[in-house]
Design a binder for this molecule. Structure first.
Ligand SMILES: NC(=O)c1ccc[n+]([C@@H]2O[C@H](COP(=O)([O-])OP(=O)(O)OC[C@H]3O[C@@H](n4cnc5c(N)ncnc54)[C@H](O)[C@@H]3O)[C@@H](O)[C@H]2O)c1
Length: 309
């Protein structure tokens, strides 16, 4: 199979590319390197430095069996600060990718939505039906969902929508304005510095290890039960930020007090995935939190030794 990935230089894109190459698939990727790093793209990928809003994507996608659309502006606080660019990348860019896949007659599009669609939900665990977006980021993902529905309706295209919860693991991006909580804690604690907790630390998050979502990605390529459906990809368990902090501190053997700062705008107090839909097609998360965290820690230690952090 030939697979194309948008956002290939990002966290999920690079991990996905490696998994596909290991399965002997041909991988083409595009990224404008606004967040992702070229050196993280595995050898063997045909890489094109392109913006998803640009013209001519259909030529690149031509011959691909499946396109994974992962490129996005996806740091919630960055999106809150720039709704115009958020819409430009996540809405116009997404429509441009979908239209290019249509023109290129790609068999299936698998694209990233987000657990942010449940920001206003009060149902936990949250099923796929309980959509209540609030932030600019979440609203932009909702627009993508409606466009996918319209492409299905008018052009008979096949989509799978993936609502990732907090994905973690090696190659997670730690350079953004507010890094993902786990990476942020690990980096600061390894440096002997005080990490920042935004809010009280009682916010709860459902974390899912990147290898587990890659298993679902692989299933989407071959299992027609995933066609034209939406899946929550979480672990079905959640942990408070303080619990995450304590577990990382224990794994690292550190005793450093965090600094508490005011909560960030646009963030849900709790996420918890109802994963029965994904389980119904034979998927189950397999990596427990301490195991996944140990892998994330050893990746970050390796980056520090290389002087990249
Ligand atoms: N990581 C998570 O926990 C998580 C959770 C929910 C949803 N998602 C979604 O999954 C997808 C992948 O997330 P990720 O964690 O790998 O993010 P990431 O930021 O690491 O990767 C996104 C990539 O898209 C690229 N990109 C951004 N704008 C672009 C543009 N205009 N043209 C071309 N490339 C562009 C960036 O350079 C980056 O390499 C995103 O759509 C994100 O919204 C991720």
């Amino acid at each position: 199979m030939k697979i194309a990935i948008t956002g290939i230089a990002g966290f999920i894109g690079t991990n996905l590319a490696r998994t596909l190459l290991e399965a002997d698939m041909e991988v083409l990727g595009i990224d404008n390197l606004s967040y992702g790093l070229k050196e993280n793209i595995p050898a063997g990928v045909e890489f094109h430095n392109r913006d998803i809003r640009g013209s001519g994507l259909e030529e690149l996608f031509s011959g691909a069996d499946v396109v994974f659309h992962l490129a996005a502006k996806n740091c919630i606080s960055d999106c809150q600060n720039d709704p115009v660019e958020t819409a430009s990348i996540n809405v116009a860019g997404t429509v441009n990718v979908f239209e290019a896949t249509r023109q290129a007659r790609v068999r299936k599009v698998i694209y990233a939505e987000s657990s942010a669609l449940y920001e206003g939900s009060s149902q936990f665990p949250t099923p796929e039906s309980d959509v209540h977006p609030k932030s600019f980021y979440a609203v932009s993902k909702l627009a993508g969902m409606h466009f996918a529905e319209a492409f299905k309706r008018y052009y008979g295209m096949t989509f799978t929508a993936l609502r990732y919860f907090c994905v973690y693991g090696p190659i997670q991006d730690y350079r953004r304005t507010i890094p993902p909580v786990m990476s942020a804690f690990i980096i600061k604690l390894l440096k002997g510095e005080q990490p920042v907790i935004y809010g009280t630390g009682k916010k709860r998050r459902d974390f899912i290890y990147v290898d587990d979502i890659n298993e679902f990605h692989m299933k989407c390529l071959t299992d027609s039960r995933t066609d034209n459906r939406t899946f929550n990809l979480g672990s079905g368990r959640n942990y408070s930020v303080l619990e995450i902090y304590d577990t990382i501190s224990r794994l690292l053997g550190t005793h450093i007090e965090p600094i508490f700062e005011p909560d960030l705008p646009g963030e849900a107090q709790q996420t918890l995935a109802d994963i029965s839909e994904a389980k119904s097609v034979g998927w189950e998360p397999r990596t427990d939190l301490p195991t996944g965290m140990r892998n994330a820690i050893s990746y970050i230690k390796g980056e520090m030794e290389k002087g990249r952090i």
